[in-house]
Design a protein around this ligand. Structure first.
Ligand code: PLP
Length: 428
C-alpha cells in the first residue's frame, strides 16, 4: 500500500516545517498530496479537496497551470541557472525587475531577489541598517514590528515576528527588535521611549495573515506613515501574502492609501510555482545607497535572481493581468464576506467575521473564551466534507483563516461557504 509506505518513510526521515512533531509521529501526515487542479488538491487516497488557503497563501493562480510548467521547462533547457553576483546578469531577472517596477506604487523601482519571504525581510533589515550607517547614523538600527505579525523564520525575520511561540521555540532572539500593539498611541510611546535616533524601520503586513487575518484599525497606516516621516523611520510593507492581487490591488498597502519606503514580497510573485521573494526599494533609498556605499553591497544569496524562478514569475504576473484576476478578487471577495456574514447570522458561536479581497477570517472566540478552541474540530469536519482550511489559535484566538486562489469562481465560492457553514453547525 503506497500510502502506508509513504507514511512510514515520512515519520522516520522527513522533518516537517512548523509542525507538531509528536503528533506527526503518532498520526503521520494527514495528507499526502499527489495532484492539483485549479482550486482543488488531490491526495494519495484519491480525495479531492478545496484548497481554501491556496496551500500556504500562495498558489494564487491555482494549481496545475501548464503555462508555468512550459516556461520553466524552456528556461531550464536554455539556462536553468547562473549567478547574478557582482557584475553578472541575465534576461529573465532583468525583465522581472523591470516588470515589478510597473506593479509598484510610487518610486519603488528596484528589486533585490531572494528565495522567499524570510530572506526578503532579513535583507530589508540589513539594508535599512546599512542605509542609516552610511548616512552617518549607525545607532539608528532598531526594528519595530506589530504583535501577532508574521515575518518568517530567518534570524531577523523570526525576531521581527510578533507571535510568541516563534520566540520561545529558541533560546535567543536577535537584539534591537521591538513590538507594538495595533494602536497609534503605542507606536508613539515606543518611539518616545526608545528615541527616534535609535530606530531604523517599522515593518507591518497590510493585513496580518498567519496571526489570524487581522485588519488594521481605521486610518492606522496613514497615521503610521506620518509618524515614520516625522521621525525619520523607514516604513517596510511586508507584502508576502498581500502582494500581487490578494487584496484586489497590486499591493495590499495601496488599499490604505499609503506608499512605503520598502516592500518585501514572495509567495504570490510566482504563485508558488518556484521559490522566489525579494525586497523592493524606493528610488530615493536605492540612489542614496549607490552614492554613499563605498564598497560592495555585502549581501546576496546563491539564488538571488534565479533565472528559472524569474521566468516563472514573469509568466505568473502576465496571467494575473491577462485574466483580470484582481477584478475577480473584488467580486468573489465581496461574495466571500457576505457568505461569512450569512454564516455568522446562523451560528451563535461565530463572534466576528472579516476580510479584504480574498483574505478572510471567521472568529469563534465567543464560544471558546473559557473552553478549548473549536476551530481545530471545525477544520476536521470541513475536511470530511472536502475542504482544507486553517485554524489559528495563537494568543488565545480561535479563528478560521481563508485565502482561496484568486481564480476561484462564484460557484466554487458558494461551495466553500456551504461547507464552512455545515462544518461549524456540525461542531456546535
Ligand atoms: N512574511 C509574511 C507576511 C508571511 O506570511 C510569510 C510566510 O508565511 C513570510 C514573511 C515568510 O516567508 P517564507 O516562508 O517564504 O520565508
Amino acid at each position: 500500500n503506497l500510502k502506508e509506505e509513504l507514511v512510514e518513510l515520512d515519520k522516520k526521515h522527513f522533518i516537517h516545517p512548523t509542525s507538531n512533531m509528536k503528533q506527526l509521529q503518532e498520526d503521520g501526515p494527514t495528507f499526502i498530496f499527489t495532484e492539483g487542479d485549479g482550486i482543488y488538491l488531490k491526495d494519495v487516497e484519491g480525495r479531492k479537496l478545496i484548497d481554501s488557503l491556496s496551500s500556504l497563501w500562495n498558489v494564487n493562480i491555482g494549481h496545475g497551470r501548464k503555462e508555468l510548467a512550459e516556461v520553466a521547462k524552456k528556461q531550464m533547457e536554455k539556462l536553468a541557472f547562473t549567478s547574478t553576483f557582482n557584475n553578472w546578469s541575465h534576461e529573465p531577472v532583468i525583465r522581472l525587475a523591470a516588470e515589478i517596477a510597473k506593479w509598484t506604487p510610487g518610486d519603488l523601482n528596484a528589486t533585490f531577489f531572494t528565495s522567499g519571504g524570510s530572506e526578503a525581510n532579513d535583507t530589508a533589515f540589513k539594508t535599512v541598517r546599512h542605509y542609516w550607517k552610511i548616512k552617518g547614523l549607525p545607532e539608528k538600527k532598531k526594528i519595530i514590528s506589530r504583535k501577532l505579525s508574521y515575518h518568517g523564520v530567518a534570524m531577523g525575520a523570526t525576531s521581527a515576528t510578533g507571535i510568541e511561540q516563534f520566540h520561545t521555540f529558541t533560546t535567543s532572539i536577535a537584539p534591537d527588535f521591538h513590538y507594538v500593539d495595533s494602536s497609534v498611541e503605542s507606536l508613539k510611546e515606543l518611539i518616545a521611549k526608545e528615541g527616534a535616533d535609535t530606530i531604523a524601520a517599522y515593518i507591518s503586513e497590510p493585513v496580518q495573515g498567519s496571526g489570524g487575518v487581522n485588519l488594521p484599525p481605521q486610518g492606522y497606516f496613514q497615521a503610521v506613515r506620518e509618524i515614520c516621516d516625522e521621525n525619520n523611520i523607514l516604513f517596510i510593507a511586508d507584502e508576502v501574502i498581500c502582494g500581487f492581487g490578494r487584496l484586489g490591488t497590486n499591493f495590499g498597502i495601496e488599499r490604505f492609501g499609503v506608499i512605503p519606503d520598502i516592500i518585501t514580497m514572495a509567495k504570490g510573485i510566482t504563485s508558488g510555482y518556484a521559490p522566489l521573494g525579494g525586497m523592493i526599494l524606493s528610488e530615493r533609498l536605492h540612489n542614496d545607497i549607490i552614492e554613499k556605499t563605498e564598497g560592495n553591497f555585502w549581501h546576496g544569496y546563491t539564488y538571488s535572481g534565479h533565472p528559472t524562478a524569474a521566468a516563472v514569475a514573469l509568466k505568473n504576473l502576465e496571467i494575473i493581468k491577462n485574466e483580470n484576476l484582481m477584478d475577480n478578487v473584488n467580486i468573489v471577495g465581496k461574495q466571500m464576506l457576505e457568505g461569512f456574514e450569512w454564516i455568522k447570522e446562523q451560528n451563535d458561536n461565530v463572534d466576528n467575521v472579516r476580510g479584504m479581497g480574498l483574505l478572510g477570517a471567521i472568529s469563534l472566540e465567543k464560544a471558546s473564551k473559557s473552553v478549548e478552541p473549536i476551530g481545530p474540530k471545525i477544520v476536521a469536519k470541513a475536511l470530511e466534507k472536502g475542504l482544507i482550511c486553517r485554524s489559528v489559535i495563537y494568543d488565545g484566538q480561535d479563528t478560521l483563516a481563508f485565502a482561496p486562489p484568486l481564480i476561484i469562481t462564484k460557484n466554487q465560492m458558494d461551495d466553500m461557504i456551504t461547507i464552512i457553514n455545515e462544518s461549524i453547525k456540525a461542531v456546535k
